[in-house]
Design a protein around this ligand. Structure first.
Ligand code: ATP
Ligand code: MG
Length: 576
């Protein structure tokens, strides 16, 4: 079973069932899959599904999975994308077999095979303009019109293809086409273009070529070169499969690869298209490919999503041939689950309201005689601070942290209401008492308001007999979090909503109309020192607030920056 599998239940999707049959029939020596991104952007959530499927299958069946860059279109591609794609796959927890491969690494072989097709009478150079070629392809109701070059001799085609290669044609003046069937009901079989002229340097092969193979031609043959047994892709390639089979058949392989299609991952309020995500980056709508709101792997990583959570999500989504849209809350559910037992706790006040404890001296000076046995603390006389030692996690051993308790504190503005709504369980003039997490019971004695009537500060007392103990003779309901005003650290906390307000952002013609104006809110928060002192990239649960990560780029102990990963809970429950 896969080391990444969260449970030991055998996965029974239709692709794994096919492979299981092939394994049982000993059809192949080894299962070989591949993940074949085009390096024309950063990977996104949809690719995570494809990665988990291809690498997961290789692991489960004792096979291997290649990483191959299908880099047949140099205009849109660059090395930066290649580097980031490699980084993303590794971060998700997968290892490809050997070196990463490139379709461009096979250009010599693909060229030789193009010559073979010409010699076999299976390909010809077409000198029609791109418009004529399109026009003459016909339509669903109308068969195509053969090109005037369709029956040219092998010698003539070889000469013209050589001229293409030697740069004697401008882009669009000549293409190499497979000679299949201009009347095929499948438009992809009406003599598809397999090589085109492109006077463009390539990020891997430099100036060597001015003709490049089309993706549909390079893909099956690259699979064949690598001995891929199961070429797994998304459903939009189903109509391309006949050409895939045609290409490997015409070149002639003993054990040709086979293509299997599954439905793409679609998630509501999310966009999974490199091209459209690139537009957001290029226009500065987001801060970059790794903006924490982006559904790119880089964005999700910076947001604090975990590889375990993403893999769990893909397992829950499963693999089918049915197009569907997945509820984004399932993704959040998986992420949240992966954080529950892996993140230290801490207190952060996101919207600070100052509280002055008017009996601090008297109350805290007696702390030693009054504390419960369970309380671990030390008094710092110089700093007038009671340092409370608390475990970082209530039931996983992650060590301890020290929380400073001082005369002035912050609590959250939302935890005090002059006129509380019905059912409100926190502080109000009618219910002035509450427990401060990890320390005393506090009683508000006075609130101070500004001219507009907003509460700007509270005065309060603490009950000295309640350090780690319930008060005697009365019940105090509710617990709130707090941070020392003098020793807490001001922090920027970024709260996120979905980047898009449209359920299906791809269906909105102008992507700007689909954006959620509230996708990012920056708060001036205050956090306890253990949070500020954490390394960039550390994830936490902020008590009562949610899961957060110290931003990998901007966080420092002096100027902490946290990104909200996901809220603490949601009523959403995945179907089991
Ligand atoms: P995009 O349109 O975003 O560029 P793509 O399909 O063109 O996506 P590729 O780089 O060619 O991107 O894709 C690499 C692999 O990832 C392909 O096998 C493709 O089928 C798969 N893939 C892409 N998008 C999804 C998705 N939404 N769900 C599942 N697999 C996907
Ligand atoms: Mg693409």
């Amino acid at each position: 079973m896969s080391e990444h599998s969260n449970n030991n239940v055998q996965k029974n999707d239709f692709i794994r069932n096919i492979i299981r049959d092939d394994v049982n029939a000993q059809k192949y020596q080894q299962i070989v899959t591949r993940f074949p991104p085009e390096p024309n952007g950063y990977l996104h959530l949809g690719h995570v599904k494809s990665i988990c499927l291809n690498f997961g299958i290789a692991e489960e069946f004792g096979g291997i999975c290649n990483l191959r860059f299908d880099d047949t279109n140099p205009t849109a591609e660059k090395q930066d994308y290649i580097d980031n794609i490699e980084n993303d796959v590794k971060w998700l927890g997968f290892e490809w077999a050997g070196e990463a491969r490139h379709a461009s690494g096979y250009f010599d072989q693909l060229y030789a095979w193009a010559l073979q097709l010409i010699e076999q009478g299976d390909a010809y150079v077409d000198l029609q303009s791109p418009e004529q070629i399109k026009e003459n392809r016909g339509s669903f109701n109308e068969v195509g019109t053969p090109s005037p070059q369709r029956d040219a001799s092998v010698a003539e085609n070889l000469a013209l293809f050589n001229d293409m290669k030697d740069g004697k044609f401008a882009e669009g003046e000549a293409v190499l086409r497979a000679k299949i069937d201009m009347a095929s009901p499948n438009m992809n079989m009406r003599d598809p273009v397999i090589y085109r002229v492109m006077h463009q340097a390539h990020h891997q092969t430099g100036e060597k070529w001015c003709i490049y193979p089309m993706y549909d031609f390079a893909h099956p043959l690259s699979d064949a070169i690598e001995g891929i047994t199961h070429s797994i892709c998304t459903l939009e390639f189903e109509d391309h499969r006949p050409f895939y089979d045609w290409a490997v058949e015409k070149i002639g392989f003993d054990l040709p690869p086979h293509q299997y299609e599954f439905s793409r991952l679609n998630v509501d309020y999310t966009m999974t298209s490199k091209r459209k995500l690139k537009q957001l980056v290029d226009e500065g709508v987001v801060s970059g490919w790794d903006d924490p709101r982006m559904p790119t792997i880089a964005g999700m990583r910076r947001r604090g999503y975990t590889p375990e959570g993403l893999r769990d999500f893909c397992e829950r989504v499963g693999v089918t041939k049915v197009d569907s849209v997945v509820d984004f809350r399932l993704l959040e559910f998986s992420i949240r689950q992966s954080l529950e037992t892996t993140t230290a706790r801490g207190m952060a006040v996101l919207k600070p309201l100052k509280v002055t404890i008017t009996n601090f001296d008297e109350a805290v000076s007696s702390w030693e005689s009054q504390k419960a046995d369970s309380v671990n603390a030390r008094w710092d006389e110089d700093a007038q601070t009671l340092w409370l030692k608390q475990p970082k996690h209530p039931n996983v051993d992650m060590g301890e942290r020290e929380i400073p308790f001082t005369e002035t504190l912050y609590i959250d503005q939302g935890d005090y209401e002059i006129e509380p709504p019905a059912g409100y369980k926190r502080l109000s003039p009618e219910k002035p008492e509450i427990r401060l997490r990890n320390t005393y019971v506090l009683a508000v004695t006075e609130h101070i308001t500004d001219a507009a009537g907003n509460v700007t500060e509270l005065k309060a007392t603490i009950d000295p007999a309640t350090l780690g103990k319930n008060p005697e003779g009365r019940k105090v309901k509710g617990v709130i979090h707090w941070v020392s005003a003098s020793l807490g650290v001001p922090a920027t906390v970024r709260m996120y909503e979905q980047l898009f307000s449209a359920e299906d952002p791809s269906s909105v013609s102008d992507v700007h109309q689909a954006l959620n104006p509230n996708s990012l809110t920056e708060l001036a928060a205050v956090v306890e020192p253990s949070l500020a002192n954490a390394d960039a990239g550390t994830r936490f649960q902020f008590e009562r607030e949610g899961y957060f990560i110290a931003d990998s780029e901007e966080h420092t102990s002096d100027k902490p920056v946290f990104n909200q990963i996901v809220s603490l809970r949601d009523s959403y429950k995945p179907a089991s």
